[in-house]
Design a protein around this ligand. Sequence first.
Ligand SMILES: [Zn+2]
Length: 226
Amino acid sequence: MGGRGSSTTVNNGYSSFSQLKNTLSKKYGITNPDDFSDVDIKALSETMQGFEDVLKDFGAEEVFQGLYVDENTREDGSYGFGNLSLSKKKLRNYNRGDKELKQEHANRWSSTDSFKGLGAHEGAHAVEYYLTRKSKAFKTDKERNLAAAKNKIANDIVNEAVRRIKKTPYGKGKSTNELLSSISLYAGEKKVEAFAEGIANYKIKGKKGNPLGREIYNVTKKYLKG
Ligand SMILES: [Zn+2]
């Protein structure tokens, strides 16, 4: 458990739009993706690899139901209720997008500095949705929907990971906020983002990543087993 070697890589990426569309259709049943033919296939491919690899780690493929590439998104990407939306602007030019992601990382807004990291972050949000759908803790639809709206599962997982890490030499004496912000400034803003940033950080950087990120990943694995 725990090492980067325990994670598997789903695919070697997509070399063409038709190959991607074929996989979307066959593997996920997504038959009408947006027309993304004017984005950079390498940028889109790496983002999808990051996203799909995280889904695969947690067996959450069923919550990937739609792919949208929007011209004017405020964020680089977002995931909600089965749909992955990506910024067309970010994906249009590989080198420019990659440079922007590295800059965001340098500004500490993001814990990752790559298209794969961007995809992995959104993949983590999808995993929370999956866990919320699967959890037996909710008796009614209302309870489940409320939990989804409040990101109850991501919050619970982050809280437990923080409790655990505070017992280690790394976390001893550090405040919760200090620990969350050590993943990224974005992670320090909201626990649900700490959840996504932590999982993406561990997925991309492995053992060299942030210790709390690794703990969040491990607690999520544990949660999955119930
Ligand atoms: Zn996010």
